[in-house]
Design a protein around this ligand. Structure first.
Ligand code: ADP
Ligand code: ADP
Length: 239
């Protein structure tokens, strides 16, 4: 089944056209890597899928539901804040720079969404957080604040935080780019484990070894347009 689909997506910031006719499909359980030079529009596309940015035209659907807009008579109308954040909550997002709350422990960071957005009680949310932190190899770090954790550990907290919402799919934006090589491996290992667990993932990355390792398919984007698409070996070995 198709998990996410975009068709003819265009997006500009002022006079700069950043996405030009982007059509993508991601199937259930598929791991898709979005690669291409800096400025290609990878991050913007992920932000549009997560409804952090509104597209100008075309459409994006996740689980058959239109993202960012609803149909009103003969046109599309942007969603209100409430609906928009409900959609955002269903899609996990992992950022390059972790984006953890500095004043919260690892457990509090992971439990925050389940408590505030899913309405889970504190004990249940923290149980879920502790279990996920354990799966990320962070047992014993539950009460650490972000500044007490390495970059790799912080990124694993961020991944646990995304998973805590039981997302329909996970978007990762350069999840290993801010990390030293040895920390990169820690995070890559966690992402590889997730990939084996029937997660659906769309990941923007420059991490070619990780892509070769886990991606079912690669989408190569340049200057806001998809220029090549296919299995990793085909796209990476293209002339
Ligand atoms: P539709 O989803 O309506 O068939 P398109 O045929 O235009 O739309 O495909 C949308 C995007 O999905 C295109 O970028 C296309 O390359 C990609 N796509 C087509 N077939 C597949 C497939 N079997 N697996 C993954 N992506 C595909
Ligand atoms: P990538 O992730 O492939 O490096 P981005 O999506 O970050 O690409 O950026 C694509 C282009 O969009 C760049 O030229 C960038 O400067 C521009 N851009 C991204 N976000 C904004 C914004 N909020 N306002 C203006 N320009 C933006």
């Amino acid at each position: 089944a198709v998990k996410m689909r975009s068709r003819h997506v265009f997006k500009s910031f002022g006079a700069t056209q950043v996405l030009k006719d982007v059509s993508v499909r991601v199937h259930d359980g598929e791991i898709v890597a979005l690669i291409g030079p800096s400025g290609a529009g990878k991050s913007t596309f992920l932000r549009c899928v997560n409804n952090l940015e509104l597209i100008d035209s075309g459409y994006i659907e996740v689980d058959g539901e239109l993202i960012g807009y609803r149909k009103a008579d003969d046109h599309l109308q942007p969603l209100g804040d409430r609906e928009a954040s409900r959609q955002r909550a269903r899609i996990g997002m992992v950022f390059q720079h972790f984006n953890l709350f500095r004043h919260m422990t690892a457990t509090q960071n992971v439990a925050y969404g389940p408590r505030q957005v899913l309405g889970m009680n504190r004990a249940a949310a923290e149980r879920r957080a502790v279990e996920l932190l354990g799966r990320m190899g962070l047992a014993g770090r539950e009460h650490h604040y972000p500044r007490q954790l390495s970059g790799g550990q912080q990124q694993r907290v961020a991944i646990a935080r995304a998973l805590a919402m039981d997302p329909s799919m996970i978007l990762l934006d350069e999840p290993t780019s801010a990390l030293d090589p040895e920390l990169r491996v820690e995070v890559a290992t966690v992402i590889r484990d997730l990939a084996r667990q029937e997660c659906t993932m769309l990941m923007a990355t420059h991490d070619i070894p990780l892509v070769e390792d886990i991606a079912d398919r690669i989408i190569f984007m340049v200057d806001g347009t998809i220029v090549e698409e296919g299995p990793a070996e085909q796209v990476l070995n293209a002339p």
